[in-house]
Design a protein. Structure first.
Length: 228
């Protein structure tokens, strides 16, 4: 597996590179925004670790431009306590975030969890529910025959909901299976991704219910009415 780290902290970059290489990864580094974007757009990386604060081009702009043509998983590094950074990153299509400072073992665990999600979809069969078709092999989604652009994590959330259509999928369960960690009262990342999915999928009918205090349910038929 080949990773790309885009971070202007040369010393931290070297430490991350050394640790991840010991974990079996091949790791490239970029310390400036434009260079990082250029390397990312060339492809060939299985995951990108992207810092928010960068010279030349910040992490948000890199992610925004990258998502025009690539679905490569992105783990964003944010300053501790900067909730706005996390929210913006997730809205732009980041797969997860990790606040600084962090333990290298947690970094490795987050990277491996994201890669497991990505790899696990390859051999699973397509799913079709309520006009929505999800193809894990191609990682493509269509709604009423029209292609829908989704991020890597949105795809994984949608797959879990569709494979359990008609049943309630708990928010805590989604957090543990997708992020490999327990939900906290203040972590709204799952809710944000579900909100994005709703906007992308729901035209004349609802497809995802919110079961307040519990989780979400994918509607099996157009007759299913969302819970208020």
């Amino acid at each position: 597996m080949r990773l790309l780290i885009i971070d202007d902290d040369v010393e931290l970059c070297a430490l991350m590179q050394e640790f991840l290489q010991r974990e079996g990864f091949t790791v490239d580094c970029a310390h400036e925004g434009h260079d990082g974007l250029e390397q990312a757009q060339k492809g060939g990386h299985d995951l990108i670790i992207l810092d928010v604060m960068l010279p030349g081009l910040d992490g948000f702009e890199i992610l925004k431009r990258l998502r025009v043509s690539s679905r490569v998983p992105v783990l964003m590094l944010t300053a501790r306590g900067e909730d706005v950074d996390r929210i913006v990153g997730l809205e732009l299509g980041a797969d997860d975030y990790l606040p600084k400072p962090f333990n290298p073992r947690e970094l490795s665990a987050r990277v491996k969890a994201i890669l497991r999600r990505t790899e696990a979809t390859v051999n699973r069969g397509r799913v079709e529910v309520n006009g929505v078709v999800l193809d894990p092999g191609r990682r493509e989604v269509t709604c009423d025959g029209k292609p829908v652009e989704v991020t890597t994590l949105e795809f994984d959330i949608l797959e879990q909901l569709m494979r359990n259509a008609g049943r309630v999928v708990s928010r805590d369960g989604l957090m543990e299976s997708l992020y490999n960690r327990k939900a906290t009262p203040f972590d709204r990342s799952i809710d944000m991704h579900v909100s994005h999915l709703r906007r992308k999928l729901e035209g004349s009918r609802p497809v995802i219910k919110t079961i307040r205090g519990v989780g979400y349910q994918f509607c099996k038929t157009p007759e299913d009415v969302p819970v208020a």
